[in-house]
Design a protein around this ligand. Structure first.
Ligand code: SAM
Length: 211
């Protein structure tokens, strides 16, 4: 009950107030138990308005940034989504409420293992967790209707554009190692459109087609 109130407060005071209006996104943020995705030592601050450490030099993103990226991604319930950067598994759990299926890729073996077990134990049946370098996407289940990258890249990896369905959409933080801007990439026939959104700060995407 206590966590339910914390989630309601998070949605009202961190997310709606900053302009997130998509009802499906707000509902998912109300439902997914964020406190299960942080270590026991951070339980009391699981719903605070900031990213939190999850070990191995990585972070679970700030709730507002998760909501913003999810709203920008505009996921429909018959779509297949690729997430690069599983981390704690929290963003994948949010996406799983909105999509038909989620394939999430993590490069750090320990985080991959932890998240895979956690998502299984929490009963998510439409998420596949993969241990791989996601900077080259994940060919096995391509094409994807939506791709979300939750680590920062100097450029949009070509492999991700190749693995995107026609009329598909990518949300990715692009910039340098310190500061980036969220970009929305739209594939329309042969052409690719790019739109910039908010400034953000993510850990780097490390791999063949990134840093
Ligand atoms: N989405 C995560 C969550 O909900 O907790 C937060 C992601 S964290 C900000 C970034 C993650 O991207 C880290 O776990 C990091 O190990 C991972 N990462 C970095 N480079 C990667 C790559 N090439 N392939 C897959 N994962 C990568």
């Amino acid at each position: 009950m206590e966590y339910k109130h914390q989630r309601e407060s998070m949605v009202e005071n961190q997310i709606k107030i900053r302009g997130i209006t998509d009802e499906r996104v707000l509902k998912a943020m109300l439902e997914v138990p964020r406190h299960k995705f942080v270590g026991d030592a951070l339980l009391s601050i699981a719903y605070q308005d900031s990213p939190l450490p999850i070990g191995y030099g990585q972070t679970i993103s700030q709730p507002y940034i998760v909501a913003l990226m999810t709203q920008l991604l505009d996921v429909k319930d018959d779509q297949k989504v690729l997430e690069i950067g599983t981390g704690s598994g929290y963003q994948a759990a949010i996406l799983a409420k909105l999509a038909m299926s989620v394939i999430t890729v993590e490069r750090i073996a320990e985080l991959f293992q932890q998240s895979k077990e956690l998502l299984h134990n929490l009963g998510y049946k439409n998420i596949i967790v993969v241990h791989a370098d996601g900077s080259i996407g994940y060919k096995e289940y391509a094409p994807y209707d939506r791709i979300i990258v939750t680590a920062s890249s100097p450029r949009v990896p070509d492999s991700l554009i190749e693995q995107l369905s026609p009329n598909g959409k990518i949300v990715i933080p692009i910039g340098n190692r310190i500061i980036q801007r969220l970009e929305v990439i739209l594939k329309e026939g042969e052409s690719v459109k790019r739109e910039a959104s908010e400034g953000v700060r993510f850990v780097p995407l490390i791999g063949k087609e990134a840093w």
